[in-house]
Design a protein around this ligand. Structure first.
Ligand code: FES
Length: 100
């Protein structure tokens, strides 16, 4: 699976982990100790929003549930967005959390 790198809103590196397609990138980041804030947890607010710097093509924006609000083309809701199960090993995904 690809590596996922999380940056904070200032662009500082917060950590990198191997993607797990069974859970959202936000939940996985939290388990790795990277505290991306959640509020609703179901894709209906913007608390967990992140800009995708690299690897949008490897992400499923509604991996664990439907999106209830609109986002920009380069944004994801990390509480519901996951890595596609067929994403190639060796590719990299970098996201920048707006509220981290
Ligand atoms: S926590 Fe509300 S959209 Fe993710």
């Amino acid at each position: 699976m690809p590596k996922v790198t999380i940056k904070n809103s200032q662009g500082d590196d917060q950590g990198t982990f191997t993607a797990d397609p069974t859970q959202s990138v936000g939940t996985h980041a939290q388990e790795e100790g990277i505290a991306i804030p959640f509020s609703c947890g179901v894709g209906a607010c913007r608390t967990c929003v992140a800009t995708v710097n690299t690897g949008m093509e490897h992400l499923d924006q509604e991996a664990v549930g439907p999106k209830h609000i609109e986002t920009e083309d380069n944004e994801i809701l990390t509480c519901i967005c996951g890595v596609k199960p067929d994403a190639p090993k060796g590719c990299c995904i970098e996201i920048q959390a707006e509220n981290l």
